[in-house]
Write a protein that binds this ligand. Structure first.
Ligand code: PLP
Length: 487
């Protein structure tokens, strides 16, 4: 038994070198073959668990067994988000520098909850987020050198929740944290805002019936005059309008809410304005797309996800606030065991006060590696390439009279449909995805079932776009011939 226990890897440099090499070889092979694998996992529910032992192993298993099971059990049950043929939902970029950043972060294994628990973890993050303010043309008030600052969250969902909690405390004069919320606070977003807003409203205790879904205009962007009317109605009813979430690049169609008008309203009415640019925000590394953020000066908080479209592994979501005190006032709590001299001076940032959890990992490393290894020019080329590929795909759809584009094509998303009923479009999507050649997702616009083609994988090329379109056109022809899609 002693021998068996002894075969578990030691936590030392030699064991690391040996095991890391094996996994790096495995990872390189995966990257080579992932393009040829069916993009969407085609397994039945329970298929993975059926292959796993019912109990954890008592004794150490070999590295070879582990790697064999990755290939045997895990890979066949994956949807390959890094495949160049992945066009569903949103991109979840990775890159070599980012993967290396993840590796180094895991090796260091630091907890950056307080400045003192790893000063580099905090200061690199603060500094990088200031870089991003300049790089993306964001308002200077989001910089740490003024009253604001940025923080890396795990997700845009956490970012909107933190912003809403700060807004709740501001609107209730800090009373909601103390005595519970006595006012009926109201939050607003368009009917196309991401569901993370609904979830934040639930968690923050506002109550879902106090979330107003404002109608959208013909471009599927929030109707600012409807927002103004709703705020007036709520005030007249004795409620307290407190929070607006505007979206720059909605999930369904990448529509941009009219930020200047919304910002104006929020300023005049004293509402917290949060701006969610989870996917589209990465495009602002290109000066030509910074106009899409016009009006951001009025925002109290802003979020975008490098883990979507800026070559950085999940999780990495940037949250900027104009007044960091409003965030830390809402989220700070200091038990004795966290007290330390650096915090007591008031001159350091403790990021635990800017987020929900206490513990935090060294996320900034991967973003730092990405920005330095690509350079600004490399990041811009990445975005521009995808916008150009999206335009190419849109032109192909446009040239085929059997299809129609149903929403303005912005940045890297084309929403289109086969000119037929919803069932036909659903059948087409199912046929496409079950072919394994590519993966698309859908949305509903009004009552119309619509296909979404989102370009954003670093390895997607013009040849992939042409091949994707050839598959779509071929399966649509099958629809016409057989009344159902060709396989
Ligand atoms: N906001 C928008 C506009 C999104 O498109 C998404 C994800 O698709 C989110 C928020 C949620 O992002 P996260 O997974 O980082 O919480």
């Amino acid at each position: 038994m002693k021998d068996l226990v002894g075969s578990a890897p030691a936590c030392d440099a030699d064991a690391f070198r040996h095991e890391a090499q094996a996994f790096i070889d495995w990872a390189a092979n995966y990257l080579t073959q992932s393009e040829t694998l069916p993009v969407l996992a085609a397994v039945q529910p329970g298929a993975v668990r059926a292959q796993l032992p019912t109990a954890a192993p008592l004794y150490s298993e070999s590295l070879e067994q582990l790697i064999a099971d990755l290939d045997r059990i895990i890979v066949p049950a994956l949807t390959h988000w890094q495949s160049p043929n992945f066009y569903a939902y949103f991109p979840a970029n990775h890159s070599v520098p980012s993967i290396m950043g993840e590796l180094v972060s895991a090796v260091l294994g630091v907890q950056g909850m307080l400045w003192v628990t790893s000063p580099a973890c905090t200061e690199l993050e603060t500094h990088l987020l200031d870089w991003l303010v300049d790089l993306c043309g964001l308002p200077a008030r989001f910089k740490s050198t003024g009253t604001g600052g940025g923080v890396l969250q795990d997700s845009a969902s956490s970012a909107v929740l933190c912003a809403l909690l700060a807004a709740r405390e501001r609107a209730s004069d800090g009373q909601a944290n103390e005595s519970g919320c006595t006012q009926q606070l109201v939050a607003y977003g368009s009917s196309h805002a991401h569901s993370s807003l609904d979830k934040a409203v639930m968690i923050a205790g506002l109550g879902r019936r106090n979330l107003r879904k404002i109608p959208v205009d013909h471009a599927l962007a929030m109707d600012a005059s409807a927002l103004a009317r709703q705020i007036d109605l709520d005030r007249a009813a004795g409620l307290t309008p407190a929070f607006v979430c505007a979206t720059l690049g909605t999930t369904s169609t990448l529509a941009f809410d009219p930020l200047p008008a919304i910002g104006d309203l929020c300023r005049r009415a004293g509402l917290w304005l949060h701006v969610d640019a989870a996917l589209a925000g990465s495009a602002a590394v290109c000066p030509e797309y910074q106009a899409l953020l016009a009006g951001l000066e009025a925002a109290d908080s802003y979020c975008f996800n490098p883990h979507k479209w800026l070559l950085t592994n999940f999780d990495c979501s940037c949250l900027f606030v104009a007044d960091r005190r409003s965030l830390t006032d809402a989220l700070s709590i200091t038990p004795e065991y966290l007290r330390n001299a650096a915090t007591d001076t008031g001159s350091v940032t403790d990021y635990r006060d800017w987020q929900i959890p206490l513990g935090r990992r060294f996320r900034a490393l991967k973003l730092w590696f990405v920005i330095r290894r690509y350079g600004v020019a490399g990041l811009q080329a990445h975005i521009r390439e995808h916008v150009a590929l999206t335009q190419r795909f849109a032109a192909l759809v446009d040239a085929d009279p059997r299809f129609e584009i149903v929403a303005p094509v912005a940045l890297n998303l084309v929403c289109f449909r086969y000119r037929g009923d919803n069932q036909r479009n659903q059948q087409l999507l199912e046929a496409l995805n079950s072919s394994g050649a590519l993966y698309l997702s859908h949305t509903l616009l009004g009552t119309q079932y619509v296909l979404r083609f989102c370009v954003g994988q670093p390895r997607t090329t013009s040849a992939h776009i042409m091949s994707a379109w050839a598959t779509i056109a071929r399966l649509a022809s099958g629809l016409e011939r057989a009344g159902s899609p060709a396989r």
